[in-house]
Design a protein around this ligand. Structure first.
Ligand SMILES: C[S@@+](CC[C@H](N)C(=O)[O-])C[C@H]1O[C@@H](n2cnc3c(N)ncnc32)[C@H](O)[C@@H]1O
Length: 243
């Protein structure tokens, strides 16, 4: 499915990681140039290959954060029927939240975040609000400043819970487990949970199974969701809470 034209501005995920890849590529190419100038050909070739490889990783990273993740989520969100109450954990500037909202002509999309700029460039509640305006969905979007480990919602409030590249930002395993437990708590019986993350998805699945969710699947989101290469690929956990 093609991604419809976006009118908002969504920044770069973990900009420091991309900066590291670009800096590494430039440093390796510079070392290659120096090595060739000094006639150390084997080292020059090794640095050049390393530099090109790192540059290719940076290109993959840029593709994923600017286009690939939107394409994957556009497919995931096709299953929305239009009247759901949806929650996005760690919505950031609204990449997934607002795409979902566009499908919820009779529903409502809530995004919760702490809006940390370390995790996404230019992150901010006002930026997400402006994006909701730009995408024409502000009437059906609610933004909540909060921590996904302690969700300020009653049990069973939402029909669908999504989260993209957010839960791994919680540094400790106990905190990440708490976030998944909270997501499960605020999901209604029979509701759908979709978590995309480049780390820890087996642990999310284990937590959900421990909570009695039997309908859980974990899959690879494919090359469009690589943050630099297959070693930083994204897994998707899909779960249906027992009715
Ligand atoms: C890499 S960004 C991804 C944003 C968005 N889901 C997307 O795909 O564009 C991760 C987001 O998680 C948020 N975040 C990190 N820890 C959080 C926490 N404990 N509670 C709520 N949000 C959190 C960050 O502020 C950031 O907006």
């Amino acid at each position: 499915m093609s991604v419809s034209k976006r009118h908002g501005s969504y920044g770069f995920d973990a900009p420091w990681a991309l900066a590291g890849l670009l800096f590494g590529a430039i440093a390796l190419v510079a070392l290659a140039v120096v090595s060739f100038a000094l006639d150390v050909l084997a080292a020059g070739l090794a640095f050049l290959l390393g530099g090109l490889y790192t540059l290719a990783s940076a290109a993959s990273y840029v593709y994923t954060t600017r286009r690939g993740k939107f394409a994957v989520w556009a497919e995931e969100l096709q299953r929305l029927e239009g009247d759901e109450r949806l929650l996005d954990l760690g919505c950031g500037r609204g990449a997934v939240l607002l795409m979902a909202a566009q499908r919820l002509d009779k529903g409502r999309a809530t995004g919760i975040d702490r809006w940390r700029s370390k995790d996404q460039s230019g992150n901010g509640e006002q930026v997400t609000r402006a994006n909701a305006e730009a995408e024409g969905v502000s009437d059906r979007v609610e933004l909540v400043r909060g921590d996904m480990r302690d969700l300020p919602f009653a049990d069973g409030t939402f029909d669908v819970i999504v989260s993209s590249q957010a839960i791994h930002n919680i540094p400790d395993a106990g905190g990440r487990e708490q976030a998944v437990r909270e997501a499960h708590r605020v999901l209604r019986p029979g509701g759908l949970m979709l978590i995309a993350d480049f780390q820890h998805t087996p642990a999310y699945e284990t937590t959900l199974r421990g909570l009695g969710v039997v309908d859980v699947r974990r899959r690879d989101a494919g090359w469009r969701f690589w943050y630099g290469g297959p070693w930083f690929g994204t897994g998707v956990v899909e779960a249906r809470k027992p009715a």
